[in-house]
Design a protein around this ligand. Structure first.
Ligand SMILES: [Zn+2]
Length: 230
């Protein structure tokens, strides 16, 4: 709003100058300003997220949000946004370290975790790579699934945000193609199979506010429809 007022003032003052030469530098300035504002607001942590992330040291686990709590549940259902992979941003390093401490914590030990599960709506996940030697945990920024195999697999899933239950899903693809950014801001693509592909599908779902129970519900509804039709 302030920027448009400045434009108007400038126009009134220098109305005799040719329109294009007067507007061109201003146009670039405004575009640059708007880009800076939109980047900083949508591709980095919010003020509240930064406060939450920096509230303890990098080895301290964060509280895991659970669907049994109404407010937590609303956040878990909210889609996350893109994060700018910036190796010089200490808040990102601090956050991924705390997110790792959370997934390895004895009270919430898992094979994967997504940022919204600790209240941070950004596209960041940790996945244990059962398909690699020594099964390392790896962090992925802005992961996306670009291709799903038709062949499915049946695997029992649990979720740190859904206490005291686990269920077998039959709808996860056996093989997926993924794209993501690394912490060093490299863009990578790869193909993942079997159980590791299930973890990716589960964690990437969290970034869209989807929980494994949604797939379970759909599978049960589809089974019911099939039975009725038969
Ligand atoms: Zn989960």
């Amino acid at each position: 709003m302030v920027i448009s007022e400045l434009v108007l003032l400038n126009l009134k003052k220098r109305i005799t100058l040719p329109l294009f030469s007067r507007m061109k530098p201003l146009f670039y300035l405004i575009t640059a300003l708007l880009l800076t504002v939109s980047c900083s607001s949508s591709r980095s942590f919010s003020e509240a997220e930064t406060k939450l992330i920096m509230s303890a040291d990098s080895l301290t686990p964060m509280r895991v949000y659970k669907i049994t709590n109404r407010e937590d549940s609303l956040l878990l259902r909210t889609p996350s946004g893109t994060i700018k992979a910036d190796p010089n941003n200490p808040a990102i390093k601090h956050f991924v370290s705390r997110l790792f401490a959370t997934v390895r914590d004895s009270i919430s030990m898992g094979v994967g975790i997504a940022a919204p599960q600790v209240g941070v709506l950004k596209n960041i996940i940790w996945v244990q790579r059962f398909d690699k030697e020594n099964m390392p945990f790896e962090v992925y920024l802005n992961p996306k699934i670009t291709k799903y195999s038709k062949k499915k697999q049946s695997v029992r899933e649990g979720c740190l945000s859904i206490p005291n239950r686990s269920d077998v899903l039959n709808c996860r693809s056996n093989r997926i193609e993924i794209e993501y950014d690394t912490m060093e801001n490299e863009h990578k693509k790869e193909t993942v199979e079997a159980f590791t592909a299930v973890i990716f599908q589960h964690e990437i779902d969290h970034l869209s506010g989807i929980l494994y129970l949604d797939h379970l519900k759909k599978e049960m509804e589809d089974a019911k429809t099939k039975t009725t039709n038969d």
